[in-house]
Write a protein that binds this ligand. Structure first.
Ligand code: NAD
Ligand code: TYD
Length: 353
C-alpha cells in the first residue's frame, strides 16, 4: 500500500515521513516543490529507504498530480504543502494565494478524478487529510474560551486567510462531490527540522551565534505550543479512525506568552551550553510588532480526545528540552539552511524593525 504526502520535505511533513517509516512498511510518495522551506536534508535518514519516493514538483501542476496518482495509486493523500510563514505572507502574499488556495484546488480536482475511478473497496477506504492551522479562527482575548471546531472563521493575515480558503474548498469538495476528506486544525508546532524563521528555532539559533533574540511588540502574544511528533501522531490517528467530513482541532494544552517561551529556551541553553559572556537572556530585544499580530490562540482539543483517544505525549518541558538538544546536536543542518535565501529574509524582516 502507498500514501501520498505533499510538502514532505518541510518541517512537519518530514517529521511525519520519518515517524511513518520508522514504524511501517508502507510506501510514501512525497510531492514537494522544494521551495526555500523544503529541505531534502531533513530526509537523509530515509535516503536509502526504497519506501520513500521524492517527486519534486508543484501541487498546482495538474499533469503531474494526475500522473503521480495514476502511477502510484495511493490509498490516502496527506496534504501538508503550503506557504506557512505569517511574516512572509505580509511581505508577499502572492505565493500564499497560489500554493495554498489555487494549489489546493488543483490537488482536490486531481484527487477527485482519481478517487471517482477507484473500485468499491478502494474507493471506500480512500482518505484525503487536509493539514490546517488554528490561525483560521482569528485572535482570542484573554478571557475568551479556546477554539472549538464550531468557532467562526476570522482569519487576519494573508497566511491564515489563504489557509481558511483552502479549508473551505476541502469542505466543499466533500459536501458537493462526496470526496472523503478530513481536516485538522493544529496549533503552533515546534521540534526538530523547523526552519529558523519561526520563533523557537530562530531564538535557539540566534542565541547560539550571539545574535539578538527579537521579540515582537510586548512579548505577551500567546500561542498554544505542540511538539511536532504529537501533531504527527494525531494525523495518523485521524487518518486511521477519523470520521469522514469532520474537522479535528489539535493542540498541546499549553498556552504560553512568547516572552516565556524565549526565557525558557535561554535557561535551557544556559544549562546545556553556557555562554562565557553571560546568560542568554541578555540578548532579548523587543522590536516593532508584526502588523495585525494576533494576540492569542488556544485550542480546545477535547473532540479528538473524545472520539479518537488522542492526547499529546510531550509536555512543553519535555518537548522543548528535546528540541533545544536537537539543534545543539545538529549544527551542520543549521549551517546549511542559514545561507542564501535565509540571509536575505533576515535582512528584509528584521533590518527595519
Ligand atoms: P513548511 O513551510 O516547513 O513546509 C512546507 C513544505 O511545502 C515545504 O517542503 C515546501 O517545499 C512545500 N511546498 C510549498 N509550496 C509547494 C507547492 N506549490 N507544491 C509542492 N510543495 C510545496 O511548513 P510546515 O510548518 O511543515 O507546515 C506544514 C503544514 O502544516 C502547512 O499546511 C501549515 O499550514 C500547517 N500547519 C503548520 C503549523 C506550524 O506550526 N508549523 C501549525 C499548524 C498547521
Ligand atoms: P511564528 O513562529 O512566526 O508563528 P505564528 O506567527 O504562525 O504564530 O511566531 C510565533 C509567535 O512569536 C508570534 O506571536 C510572533 C512571535 N515572533 C516574535 O516575537 N519574534 C520573531 O522573530 C518571530 C519570528 C515571531
Amino acid at each position: 500500500m502507498t500514501i501520498l504526502v505533499t510538502g514532505g520535505a518541510g518541517f512537519i511533513g518530514s517529521n511525519f515521513i520519518l515517524d511513518w517509516l520508522s514504524s511501517r512498511d508502507e510506501r510514501v510518495i512525497n510531492l514537494d516543490k522544494l521551495t526555500y522551506a523544503g529541505n531534502i536534508d531533513n530526509l537523509r535518514d530515509v535516503a536509502q529507504n526504497g519506501l520513500h519516493v521524492l517527486a519534486q514538483g508543484d501541487i498546482g501542476d495538474r499533469k503531474l498530480t494526475d500522473w503521480l496518482l495514476a502511477l502510484h495509486r495511493p490509498r490516502a493523500v496527506i496534504h501538508f504543502a503550503a506557504e506557512s510563514h505569517v511574516d512572509r505572507s505580509i511581505h508577499g502574499p502572492g505565493d500564499f494565494i497560489q500554493t495554498n488556495i489555487v494549489g489546493t484546488y488543483n490537488l482536490l480536482e486531481s484527487v477527485r478524478a482519481y478517487w471517482s475511478e477507484l473500485a468499491g473497496g478502494e474507493k471506500n477506504a480512500f482518505r484525503f487529510i487536509h493539514v490546517s492551522t488554528d490561525e483560521v479562527y482569528g485572535s482570542l482575548g484573554d478571557e475568551d474560551p479556546a477554539f472549538t471546531e464550531s468557532k467562526t472563521y476570522e482569519p487576519n493575515s494573508p497566511y491564515s486567510a489563504s489557509k481558511a480558503a483552502s479549508d473551505h474548498l476541502v469542505r466543499a469538495w466533500h459536501h458537493t462531490y462526496g470526496l472523503p476528506v478530513l481536516t485538522t486544525n493544529c496549533s503552533n508546532n515546534y521540534g526538530p527540522y523547523q526552519f529558523p524563521e519561526k520563533l523557537i528555532p530562530l531564538v535557539i539559533t540566534n542565541a547560539l551565534s550571539g545574535k539578538a533574540l527579537p521579540i515582537y511588540g510586548d512579548g505577551m502574544n500567546v500561542r498554544d505550543w505542540l511538539y511536532v511528533g504529537d501533531h504527527c501522531s494525531a494525523i495518523r490517528e485521524v487518518l486511521a479512525n477519523g470520521r469522514i467530513g469532520e474537522t479535528y482541532n489539535i493542540g498541546g494544552w499549553n498556552e504560553m506568552p512568547n516572552i516565556e517561551i524565549v526565557r525558557t529556551i535561554c535557561r535551557i541553553l544556559d544549562r546545556l551550553r553556557p555562554d562565557p559572556d553571560g546568560p542568554y537572556e541578555r540578548l532579548i530585544s523587543f522590536v516593532t510588532d508584526r502588523p495585525g499580530h494576533d494576540r492569542r490562540y488556544a485550542i480546545d482539543a477535547r473532540k479528538v480526545e473524545r472520539e479518537l483517544g488522542w492526547r499529546p505525549a510531550e509536555t512543553f518541558a519535555t518537548g522543548i528540552e528535546k528540541t533545544v538538544s536537537w539543534y545543539l546536536d545538529n549544527p551542520e543542518w543549521v549551517e546549511r539552511v542559514r545561507t542564501g535565501d535565509y540571509r536575505e529574509w533576515v535582512d528584509r524582516n528584521y533590518s527595519q524593525r
